[in-house]
Design a protein around this ligand. Structure first.
Ligand code: ACO
Length: 437
């Protein structure tokens, strides 16, 4: 059940072109967001609503994440993202998103213990990695491996179950980190490094990524805290493309692993989470081209160029993305601490400055989004470009699981099945092959 299961207040009267009128219930959320409930519109009038890309369509009521794109506000379970970024850890945020409150010390210990216990993969799964091409993108591997987990850990029928949610959720949050690190090791031809129970979630991940059996690996607490920060900032973002995918797939009662695997593929797209990889590739391209930010700003404004400023613009934010604000500040701090001067950061800042003072971007309210600066930090940590979207996936997983659980617990939830307005041919007869022109 969503926490904010608000009751309709008063009805809206809608006049239709054929003279019909209908009363539509108004639903008001806890932050005074208003919606018209159109669920009876077709059965009562014959009309449906048409909203390609779901620009103006609410698909559910949710008590998990609040976001105000006009004011640049983002809160998980009511807590501002800035506070969580400063004070919390990724594991705590995962618990908060999934269970709706910050864990007390007992809950925290239990959750951390379970995450530690479930870090290893079934040994047989290691063989899967050998079958992938060394050129395979880690997102392709990760999605396939997460789907494969349902062959090991879900119910025999593969059908979703809330009874086993807690166990499957910790399994997935824990194992996805091992799968991500193994995908990377596979791509560079190094042996897999097994998880170590004594390490925290993020430290364990860094070790599995960067340790080699022949050498000692020292964990840098600064890197651990940056990974924590980045994962927290990515942990949920209400009904975005990949989260909606997880909900749509899960709405058929497909199991959690299958639903998340579909979400991973949705996230991979360059207009969504894949943008973080695209941003660095764009910055490298600009640098190789001589570093002229103005030229690329002009290209981004020219619709015929086919070029978009990656990491800029957002469906919901019409203000600075609050996550980008935190990441930009962290970027300066991390690079300074690590003693790195990255020319990509200079180019990114130049692009941002030019864009924010340009009428094209101002009129369309296009600001840097979460992906604009995150790649520069990942680079500084030594994470290769093709792993950036994998990092996003590790962060977003608790959000997907929280949304999947909320959907499964919602008694009003039904299978997702949008309608359409058909624009094809009217009825015509089948023509046998010999009579076709
Ligand atoms: N560069 C140049 N112009 C842009 C950009 C951009 N990055 N983003 C939007 N615009 C322009 C569009 O051309 C359009 O102009 P028009 O009104 O003259 O036709 C207008 O701004 C509105 O853009 P839409 O594409 O209609 O906005 P939509 O909400 O559908 O798309 C999206 C949002 C996909 C994020 C878009 O801004 C974009 O492609 N950005 C670059 C990719 C990116 O950074 N994606 C990551 C988003 S954050 C995330 O998913 C984690």
């Amino acid at each position: 059940m969503p926490e904010t299961d608000t009751l309709p207040t008063k009805n809206a009267i809608v006049q239709l072109p054929d003279g019909q009128t209908i009363e539509l219930p108004v639903v008001v959320g806890s932050e005074n967001e208003k919606a018209l409930d159109i669920s009876k519109l077709r059965s009562q009038t014959g009309y449906i609503t048409l909203d390609p890309g779901f620009v103006n369509t609410g698909s559910c009521q949710s008590g998990i994440t609040y976001l105000d794109g006009e004011k640049g506000i983002l809160r998980y379970r009511g807590i501002p993202i800035e506070q969580l970024a400063e004070k919390s850890s990724f594991v705590e945020v995962a618990y908060l998103l999934i269970y709706g409150h910050l864990p007390n010390s007992k809950e925290w210990e239990r959750f951390s213990y379970l995450l530690t216990r479930h870090a290893m993969l079934h040994e047989d799964m290691k063989h899967f990695f050998e079958s992938f091409s060394s050129q395979a993108h880690p997102m392709a591997i990760l999605s396939a491996m997460v789907a494969s987990l349902s062959a090991y850990y879900s119910e025999a029928s593969g059908v979703a179950s809330l009874e086993t949610f807690d166990l499957n959720a910790v399994r997935l949050i824990s194992k996805i980190r091992t799968l991500a690190a193994f995908s990377y090791k596979k791509s560079i031809g190094q042996p897999f490094i097994y998880p170590l129970d004594s390490l925290s979630y993020c430290a364990n991940f860094l070790r599995m990524m960067f340790a080699v059996p022949a050498e000692d690996y020292e964990i840098d607490p600064e890197l651990v805290s940056v990974i924590n920060l980045l994962l927290i900032l990515h942990a949920d973002h209400e009904q975005n493309c990949s989260t909606s995918t997880v909900r749509v797939v899960g709405s058929s009662r497909a199991n959690m692993y299958g639903s998340v695997s579909a979400g991973i593929l949705a996230l991979w797209g360059p207009l969504h989470g894949g943008a973080n990889q695209q941003v660095i590739q764009m910055l490298e391209h600009i640098q190789a081209d001589g570093g002229n930010a103005d030229k690329f700003i002009e290209m981004a404004k020219d619709k015929d160029s086919g070029f978009r400023l990656m990491g800029f613009g957002h469906r919901v934010y019409k203000n600075y993305d609050p996550r980008a604000k935190v990441i930009k500040t962290a970027c300066d701090r991390v690079l300074e601490k690590l003693g790195i001067h990255d020319p990509m950061l200079d180019i990114a800042k130049k692009l941002e400055e030019r864009a924010l003072s340009d009428d094209y971007f101002k009129e369309r309210k296009l600001y840097p989004n979460v992906d604009f600066y995150s790649g520069i930090i990942y680079r500084a940590l030594g994470i290769p470009t093709n792993m950036f979207t994998v990092m996003f996936t590790l962060g977003r997983l608790p959000g997907w699981l929280a949304q999947w659980k909320e959907m499964m617990e919602d008694p009003k939830q039904r299978i997702s099945r949008p309608r359409q307005i058909y624009t094809g041919s009217n009825e015509i007869n089948y023509v046998p092959m010999e009579q076709r022109g």
